[in-house]
Write a protein that binds this ligand. Structure first.
Ligand code: URA
Length: 442
């Protein structure tokens, strides 16, 4: 008879687990027969001993089978999903979904709300007046078949094992384990029905993975799962040493995404969306290589097709497409206050985590699952890494609704910015690419 005790002990001692043992553990944990304390001990054993690619793929599929799997076969075309390992100011989905849909890739995306410095993609979309993220299964399918795009809240009971395991990992110091992160991310994408998966693995102070080497290791682990379970997967390792783009906050990020779809967005956000979008076009079979894909994406931005697709998408989900031309239709904060530089020099670094905390203090994110979020507040950065700045110049603007939160928010921004005499070394936005045929570092 298989016993949880023996499985934990084998992993503790550095042994390899069979598929049956992993399935036993995940099924037992989902049903409650394997107890939280046993699963926590096992997670800690994995944290120290790791898992090989076969074990990681088996864990991924055992988690996928712990709940429902979305069947997207009634949606035409190759469905390619994108996932980011998270960061501050990451609004790429808002740009990428209409951008690649305008280039003929079907985007059937289930998204989340999440805890953090801002809401998740769904909260951001809800900043658009009237926008509905709850779609019936039929509406979701019809919208993608008609317009190539739908972004909706998760329906069904997807990957319950991951929800339970993640909650345990969060309180037992076992989040930062490559096989556990890789299986957690990949199980959700696979259960959501993706044929192909493009991963944006963040690296740097604002990311899970602080070093470039660790980030490549995570990217490789996820791509390997993809090849072992038959889902074409490509990962880019990208910078999260400073926030992405200039805005952090729900409605502020929607505005920035719209500007980017018009070809008027910040350079880093535009570049990242072109890089990730190109990989999506290649995986979907719409382009033969990333160079050709990039040209196609630039063309849909230039022609206005990307912005039109955004309007079509918003209208199809009940939102007011006028936000694309009139940003005043989005929620706005009552106070907009500058944060000034105290000395002259070059911006060496902007600690993404501190900017995230500033947005959180202002009310842009949720502390607990049920806390309300303020869609209008956040931060707009004026200076980014490498910018020259004079004492007294504006570093960033704080958008607030509650003036009592402003002093703490200002303090976070002042902590985030490091201004020095020398200009900093250039850091790439995209560090490299991992596919099933190998890794290239740029
Ligand atoms: N994101 C996830 O979805 N899972 C993890 O384990 C870590 C980050």
């Amino acid at each position: 008879m298989v016993r949880a005790y023996d499985i934990i002990a084998r992993k503790r001692d550095g042994g390899e687990l069979s598929r049956e043992e992993i399935e036993f553990l995940v099924q037992g944990f989902t049903s409650g027969e394997v107890k939280d304390y046993q699963m926590s001990a096992w997670a800690m054993a994995v944290f120290f001993r790791g898992m090989n690619p076969r074990e990681t793929a088996d864990l991924t599929m055992a988690m996928v089978h712990s709940g429902d799997m979305l069947d997207l076969t009634d949606i035409k075309g190759v469905k390619v999903d994108k996932h980011s390992t998270g960061g501050v100011g990451d609004k790429t989905t808002l740009v990428l979904a209409p951008l690649v849909a305008a280039a003929d890739v079907s985007v059937a995306k289930m998204s989340g709300r999440g805890l953090g410095h801002t809401g998740g993609t769904l909260d951001k979309l809800e900043a658009i007046p009237g926008f509905r993220v709850e779609l019936s299964r039929q509406e979701f399918t019809d919208n993608v078949n008609r317009s190539k795009i739908a972004v909706a809240g998760q329906s069904g009971n997807l990957v319950p094992a991951d929800k339970k395991l993640y909650a345990l990992r969060d309180v037992t110091a076992t989040v930062n384990s490559i096989p556990l992160i890789a299986s957690s991310v990949m199980s959700k994408k696979i259960a959501a029905g993706a044929d192909g998966i493009v991963l944006d693995v963040k690296t740097g102070s604002g990311a899970f993975m602080k070093t470039v080497d660790e980030s490549f290791a995570l990217a490789k682990a996820m791509v390997k799962i993809g090849s072992l379970v038959g889902r074409n997967t490509t990962a880019l390792v990208t910078d999260m040493d400073q926030p992405l783009g200039l805005t952090v906050g729900n409605a502020l990020e929607v505005k920035e995404a719209i500007a980017t779809l018009k070809g008027e967005g910040p350079e880093d956000l535009t570049e990242l969306c072109l890089a990730l979008g190109s990989e999506m076009l290649v995986l979907a079979g719409v382009s033969t290589d990333s160079g050709q894909a990039r040209e196609r994406l630039l063309q849909v931005i230039k022609s206005g097709a990307a912005l039109e697709k955004f309007k079509e998408f918003v209208a199809a989900q009940g939102g007011n497409p006028g936000v694309a031309d009139e940003s005043g239709l989005l929620p706005e904060a009552q106070y907009v206050l500058p944060v000034l530089a105290e000395k002259s020099g070059f911006v060496q670094a902007i600690a993404a985590e501190a900017v995230g905390r500033c947005a959180m203090v202002l009310g842009a994110g949720r502390e607990t699952k049920d806390s309300p979020i303020d869609l209008g507040v956040g931060v707009v950065l004026v200076k980014k890494r490498g910018s020259q700045v004079k004492a007294g110049e504006v570093l960033a603007y704080i958008h607030a609704n509650d003036s009592s939160k402003v002093p703490q928010a200002v303090l976070e921004i002042k902590t985030a910015y490091s201004v020095q005499d020398e200009s900093p070394a250039r850091v790439p936005l995209v560090y490299g690419r991992v596919t099933s045929s190998g890794t290239s570092r740029f």
